[in-house]
Design a binder for this molecule. Structure first.
Ligand code: SAH
Length: 357
């Protein structure tokens, strides 16, 4: 049993079962035992690998897409260049390097990294010491300025609740006491839920719907700044249009595992509901573009040309790794289709690069 499992079991014994969202929040960001709190989680040696860790091309193309949108919107200065959930800081480092030759971009940029984990913040500060960035713990700290933002695999780490349909009511999936002092999943008593009325139409009896309670307010922080001051948010994550079914999952050492087995030691995520992001962004006055598969989007931004350039300078094992990375980012059988991109802009801004429907 992990230390966090003991704490959670004691809490559940004292006050009853907790929602998956409460469970996820503690597992990921508990001040002492949270998975991200410790820090050493990414990359080939960690538990999972993300697009910027797979290849420098990802951060480079994101940087050039943000810079092109910045030019298209009249080069506002100063502007906030923000990244929530920067992980090891790799994406921001690649983005910054790739935009060095865009006249005026660095001079106008005020980089802001939003990170809840102190250990990861430290890692990022070492990695990004030369770019004049600030750090904040929450998106509420976004300044009232034009905002150019990239969020890669940030929203999938936000805690979700799960509801199972029972007739015209819903039973919430809860974490409660299990055998041998451990934890087990259970269901709350059925109750009607106004927030899910619309989902009765497309959820069969016994079907599961996921809700991310923190999402609307976080999206509103981003979209509100963009609607008021201009800019672009690129949201990249795995998921789809509208949450369907159980997507809650745990990963340890690159393998799926039981999400209840070792709380605090596995990464927990759920698919992102892009419809919910678009709805929250629209309500905050911004325009949500079309949801585009990552492979298509990277293709439109010129990843094949960039990959060929890099390929020409490589040989042997490095070249094989580079080719595998290109496939991994773009191939529909790998990350190309599962991952999606959604752009948020002001209503009167040109469509950002690669984002035509
Ligand atoms: N974008 C990075 C890492 C993704 S992992 C990459 O692509 O490699 C998720 C990141 O979000 C981690 O840095 C984690 O500590 C951070 N995070 C998770 N929940 C957060 C929250 N509520 N507020 C701020 N950061 C959070």
């Amino acid at each position: 049993m992990t230390p966090l499992a003991r704490l959670l079991a004691a809490r559940i014994a004292a006050t009853g079962p907790i929602s998956l969202a409460d469970y996820m929040a503690d597992c990921l960001l508990h001040p002492e035992h949270g998975y991200y709190t410790g820090g050493q989680v990414f990359g080939a040696a960690g538990d999972f690998i993300t697009a910027p860790e797979i290849s420098q091309m990802f951060g480079e193309l994101v940087g050039l897409a943000l810079a092109q949108a910045w030019i298209d919107q009249g080069r506002p200065a100063p502007f906030c260049l923000a990244e929530p959930g920067p992980g090891r800081g790799t994406l921001m480092a690649d983005l910054w390097r790739a935009t060095a030759r865009v006249p005026g971009f660095h001079a106008a940029a005020r980089p802001l990294l939003i990170e809840a984990s102190p250990a990861l913040r430290q890692l990022q500060q070492q990695r990004l010491s030369g770019i004049g960035a600030r750090w904040a713990e929450s998106l509420a700290a976004l300044p009232d300025q034009p905002l150019f933002l990239i969020a890669n695999e940030f929203f999938d780490a936000l805690p979700i609740r799960q509801f199972r349909r029972d007739g015209t009511a819903w039973r919430e999936v809860m974490v409660g006491a299990g055998p041998n002092g451990g934890l087990a999943l259970g269901l709350s008593a059925p109750a009607p839920l106004a927030a899910l009325d619309a989902r009765l139409a497309d959820t069969p009896p016994g079907g599961v719907v996921e809700l991310c309670p923190a999402l609307p307010a976080l999206v509103a922080e981003i979209a509100g700044r963009i609607a008021a001051h201009g800019g672009l948010a690129l949201i990249v994550d795995y998921g789809d249009w509208r949450a369907r079914g159980d997507t809650f999952q745990a990963v340890q050492a690159h393998r799926p595992c039981d999400p209840l087995a070792e709380p605090g030691r596995a990464d927990l995520t759920a698919h992102v509901d892009f419809e919910a992001i678009a709805r929250a962004a629209t309500a905050a006055g911004a325009r949500a573009g079309a949801m585009i598969p990552q492979g298509v989007w990277l293709g439109r931004l010129g990843i094949a040309e960039r990959a060929a350039r890099l390929d020409a300078g490589l040989s042997g094992a490095q070249q094989q790794t580079h080719r595998a990375a290109f496939r991994r980012l773009t191939d529909p059988a790998e990350m190309g289709s599962l991952f999606k991109v959604l752009a948020l802009t002001p209503h009167d801004a040109p469509l950002p690069p690669g984002c035509d429907p």
